[in-house]
Design a binder for this molecule. Structure first.
Ligand code: SIN
Length: 284
């Protein structure tokens, strides 16, 4: 049998597939099911400093080539998220990535400090959600670097920064966060998009705009990972439209050390992790 294990910084992953943030919430029992179903690591939905409702329905639209979502970073109160994370970290046999967000640098630091006490394997800074008011921090190299630097100063857990493709030069942002101490990068978050119901002549999503994920964005993700890989020395988790072992290999050829699987879980269920791994083994 082919050994497809990999390393992400100091952690060994039994295979390079990682459940991406946001797909299956923060419930420990759900994430443990994924961890036990063959994923190499799991990422929580982004955890914020306080309860957040998110956007009104509809928050998801299926398109012929991917999913458009505008959940709006909904999350329970921080104490509740921490309890779920604590249980997950205790029981998971694969590394746990805690995704976090804040509305400003101070909130990022507050969440990072509190979350770090339950010792997830990695923190992922979500500076790239397209479904917030205004532009995400991740479109600005200086602000992304400042958040990274402040969080790094507040924790001894390895920090991954998740980047947005909705910029003109993603490598510039990657270099800035690497310079600020980021240990790894995940790329990409979803691509900003819109769908209109032509019967009502209204946008379908209550938030008007949403983030497109799934097969449509894979070539964008591969290009972004390639550009980042050329400019930084830290590991990259490649995310965007991966549905098969061949897609995963393509992403790793672009420069990713591991790959995030998100929309494919919604389309194919949690069995997707073992299927992608056996396709990688076959290719190898
Ligand atoms: C959302 O909650 O709207 C999506 C999260 C993300 O894309 O980062």
């Amino acid at each position: 049998m082919v050994d497809i294990s990999t390393r992400l910084l100091k952690k060994r992953l039994k295979n390079p597939t990682i459940l991406t943030s946001g797909i299956l919430g923060i419930s420990s029992s759900t994430l443990l099911r994924v961890a036990n179903s063959g994923a190499g690591a799991v990422t929580t939905k982004s955890i914020g400093p306080r309860r957040r409702e998110g956007h009104k329905n509809p928050v998801v639209v299926e398109t012929p080539c991917g999913l458009l979502n505008a959940i709006g970073l909904s999350c329970p109160p921080l104490g509740e998220s921490i309890e779920e994370l604590k249980d997950l970290v205790k029981k998971s046999r694969v590394p746990v990535i805690a995704s976090i967000y804040g509305r400003n640098v101070e909130e990022f630091v507050e969440v990072a400090e509190k979350i770090s006490r339950v010792k997830p394997d990695f923190l992922e800074l979500n500076v790239s959600c397209p479904n917030i008011e205004g532009k995400p921090f991740g479109v600005n190299a200086e602000i992304s670097a400042r958040i990274t630097e402040m969080v790094k100063d507040s924790t001894d857990i390895s920090v991954i920064v998740k980047l947005t493709p909705n910029v003109s030069d993603i490598a510039e942002i990657a270099k800035a966060v690497e310079g600020a101490g980021a240990d790894a990068i995940s790329a990409i978050n979803s691509c900003s998009g819109m769908a209109i119901n032509i019967e009502t002549s209204r946008p379908i999503l209550a938030n008007k705009f949403g983030g497109l994920s799934g097969p449509a964005i894979k070539p964008i993700a591969v290009r972004c990972v390639y550009e980042i890989y050329e400019d930084v020395d830290i590991p990259i988790i490649g995310i965007g439209g991966i549905q098969s072992g061949r897609d995963a290999i393509e992403m790793m050829m672009a420069g990713a050390s591991a790959v995030g699987i998100g929309t494919a879980v919604m389309n194919h269920g949690i069995e997707i992790f073992t299927r992608i791994c056996s396709e990688i083994e076959k290719f190898m």
